[in-house]
Write a protein that binds this ligand. Structure first.
Ligand code: PMP
Ligand code: GLU
Length: 394
């Protein structure tokens, strides 16, 4: 009998984590790799949050928490949703999980049956397609390009809908394109969705605060969508807390209860100390972390200006998150230092081995002609990385 299940054998390895592991391995061999592959803020978690965690340890928060999170945390999440997104949720509509990743995995597990289709505007975050497939769902990719700032239009959404469409999943600000849907753009999508009342939406807003245009819009704000939107958020990005592993959803009560039941059998409640710290993080004004956003914006402008100087890097202007997602198909068929580039994977590998810069190829984000470069790195590292890339491709 086969040792491992078809489920795991058919699953792709997370490309972001695989590239980060490869970069780590090469560093271990003494190579001076600049890691621009992982989407992870390079800041420390702010002191006021760390202090709350230390206090929680000293106050002996060491027991299992309620499966769906401490009530005080759920209350802080309700306050945050109201304050930042004008969304009104009640306690049974909130579930705290081990990162936004678990939120997404829960939602897929409790909502998808075999053959249900999930529309994924491309590029999408790397794990969406595999989480959907793991739960027997069928990802339906909607291709976009730089021409529409990598955003799905209403016509494209309409064309992708079939009788089997169960959900639409998207992130705004988008990982990996940095695109931000304006309220008007969301309105256009909502106008299509109102004609299809059985379709649910997962709105992944984890980059909400890392936004350079100001004004984040949540699709659940549209009254027509509130009852069929799962708003996913977390603290990994805006609060530089990737390792603390706290994410949360605001959702219709039936779905939230199902997620609670699901994680009750799989993980139980999220880490108790991290939950206590996040109460403090969310009860504070987001202006406490504005210094990080300001610095990300400076880096975005820096990397765009450096890349504009290299022939063959065709990019949009990301309005949020901390990635650029250039189309590099210009290099296809070209031979660089004896190696022929046939696709973005070859190109990303070439950059790793010849420029010692780790990026991620766009294939696993659903746009195979692009690569993703994270600029959650110091300005010095960005300057050095792009200098090396420029030398490697010239
Ligand atoms: N959604 C998006 C768009 C992401 O980039 C990430 C990466 N961290 C996640 C969800 C998962 O975040 P978390 O660390 O909270 O699991
Ligand atoms: N979300 C981050 C990224 O896109 C972290 C890696 C991951 O969780 O896959 O790189």
């Amino acid at each position: 009998m086969q040792l491992l299940s078809d489920r795991i054998l058919n699953m792709a390895t997370s490309a972001t984590l695989a590239m980060a592991a490869k970069a780590r391995e090469l560093r271990g061999e003494g190579k001076d790799i600049i890691g621009l592959s992982l989407g992870e803020p390079d800041f420390n978690t702010p002191d006021f949050i760390k202090e709350a965690a230390i206090q929680a340890i000293n106050e002996n928060y060491n027991s299992y928490t309620p499966v769906d999170g401490y009530v005080e945390l759920k209350q802080a999440i309700i306050t945050k949703f109201k304050r930042d997104n004008n969304l009104t949720y009640t306690l049974p509509q909130i579930v705290v999980s081990t990162g936004a990743k678990q939120c997404l995995a829960n939602v897929a597990a409790v909502m998808l049956n075999a053959g249900d289709e999930v529309i994924l505007p491309c590029p999408y975050w790397v794990s969406y397609a595999d989480i959907v497939k793991l739960n027997d769902g069928v990802p339906v990719e909607v291709k976009t390009s730089i021409k529409t700032d990598f955003k799905m239009t209403a016509d494209q959404l309409e064309a992708a809908i079939t009788p089997k469409t169960k959900m639409l999943w998207f992130s705004s600000p988008c990982n990996p394109s940095g695109s931000v849907y304006s309220k008007e753009e969301l309105r256009a999508l909502v106008n299509v969705l109102v004609k299809h009342p059985n379709i649910y939406v997962v709105s992944d807003e984890i980059y909400e605060h890392i936004n350079y245009v100001g004004g984040h819009a949540s699709i659940a704000e549209f009254s027509e969508m509130y009852d069929r939107t799962i708003t996913v958020n977390g603290v990994s990005k805006a609060f530089a807390m990737t390792g603390w592993r706290i994410g949360y959803i605001g959702a219709p009560e039936k779905i939230a209860r199902a997620c609670n039941k699901m994680q009750g059998q799989i993980t139980s409640g999220a880490n108790c100390i991290a939950q206590r710290a996040v109460i403090t993080a969310l009860n504070e004004s987001p202006t406490r972390v504005q210094y990080m956003i300001d610095e990300f914006k400076v880096r975005r402008d820096l990397i765009l200006s450096l890349l504009s100087d290299i022939e063959g890097f065709n990019t949009n202007t990301p309005e949020g998150a901390f990635y650029v997602f250039p189309n590099i198909s210009y290099f296809y068929g070209k031979t660089l230092r004896g190696r022929t580039i046939n696709n973005a994977s070859d190109f990303s590998m070439y950059l790793l081995e010849e420029a010692l810069v780790a990026t991620v190829d766009g294939e696993s984000f659903g746009n195979p002609d692009c690569i993703r470069i994270s600029y959650a790195a110091s300005q010095e590292q960005i300057i050095e990385a792009i200098k090396r890339i420029k030398e490697a491709v010239s």
